[in-house]
Design a protein. Structure first.
Ligand SMILES: [Zn+2]
Length: 348
């Protein structure tokens, strides 16, 4: 039957079927009548033979023309199995979203329920991504952070309130996630990640999200994940640019170290390096709710696509940056490099 996300409209003398990325445009007005009648006919469950008969009998189409029109509807994710959309179900709306890509909604939801995601960092990005994934039905979430909530966090770490100031970030975030989806198992690890041993105590996961920005942690996490064959996703912002990716899937994609993705502190001169180091020690990220939301939103969608098996993961094989002061997109490829010091030996 017809998917509830299908609408029909006319603009500038053209008929639009579907809207969004699934839309198809029909310039030939002779098709409009049969198409609109067919779409309406599918508002209740119909078999293929019933629909063919309807087009031939009620719309006067030849069998070939009827088959052609039905092919449009059946090939464009406009139809869903009868009974698969139940408005009262908790996940009914995202189920429709998954259907836009032709995925089986029940299988997606089962894959999400069977997934475990570890978040390194419960700040702005950790807040937003963990609540997006837990409320979407991810079955298990582990929150890792050693920090306590400060007043200056409240501009972007939206699940914390003024009364939470001074409390452990991971514990308060866990409380908020449990309140929003009691089906998600939430665990906490109050630990600062500074070396390999800190990562070795983490539980096995289907995805590790790096949402912390301490010096050297990206390389540390990459080496850990490549060694333990754990998929991981980097999410951050570079001042005013919202950044996510690459999604690293050891054995399938390039890793963080396959190409130099960020600038280094080393100029080749010891004197200049000392100055660079002194300048960079003063650095404080201009953290803003808007950049946090943007990178978290896009990264959450990729995480759900990867775990749920629907749509196309946009950070696969690339690191993407969305500028927030103008409409501009940057991307850096992260294709596999056979000479990579981290994942190269595993490929050999
Ligand atoms: Zn690599």
């Amino acid at each position: 039957m017809l998917a509830p996300y299908v609408r029909v409209g006319v603009q500038d003398g053209r008929l639009f079927l579907g809207f969004g990325s699934i839309q198809r445009v029909f310039d030939d007005p002779s098709l409009w009548g049969p198409l609109i009648r067919l779409v309406d006919y599918y508002s209740v469950p119909r078999t293929y033979d019933e629909a063919t008969g309807f087009l031939e009998r009620e719309c006067g189409l030849s069998p070939e023309r009827a088959e052609e029109l039905l092919g449009v509807l059946r090939g464009g994710c406009y139809l869903i199995p009868a009974g698969s959309y139940r408005p009262e179900d908790r996940y009914s709306r995202p189920t429709l979203f998954h259907g836009l890509w032709g995925a089986d909604p029940q299988e997606v939801q089962e894959r999400l329920a069977g997934s475990h995601v570890v978040f390194l960092g419960c700040g702005g990005i950790g807040n937003l991504m963990s609540v997006a994934l837990a409320t979407a039905g991810v079955g298990r979430v582990t929150l890792v952070d050693a920090d306590h909530i400060e007043k200056s966090n409240l501009t972007r770490q939206y699940l914390f309130t003024e009364t939470d100031v001074g409390a452990a970030k991971c514990e308060i975030l866990a409380r908020e996630l449990r309140a929003r989806n009691s089906d998600t198992e939430v665990c906490t690890i109050r630990r600062r990640i500074t070396n390999r041993a800190d990562l070795d105590v983490l539980p096995q996961a289907d995805l590790l999200v790096l949402s912390a920005d301490s010096t050297g942690i990206t390389e540390l996490v990459n080496t850990h994940c490549v060694t333990t064959e754990t998929a991981w996703l980097n999410v951050c912002y570079v001042n005013d640019i919202a950044v996510w990716g690459p999604l690293v899937i050891p054995g399938q994609t390039g890793c963080w170290s396959c190409h130099q993705l960020t600038a280094r502190d080393s100029s080749g001169s010891a004197e200049l390096d000392a100055l660079i180091s002194r300048i960079n020690r003063r650095y404080q990220a201009p953290s803003h709710g808007s950049t946090n939301m943007l990178s978290s939103a896009l990264a959450s969608l990729d995480a759900l696509k990867y775990l749920g098996g629907f749509g196309a993961v946009q950070s696969l094989g690339r690191r993407v940056g969305v500028w927030t002061h103008q409409l501009r997109l940057d991307e850096q490829p992260s294709t596999p490099n056979p000479d990579c010091p981290t994942c190269g030996p595993l490929r050999a």
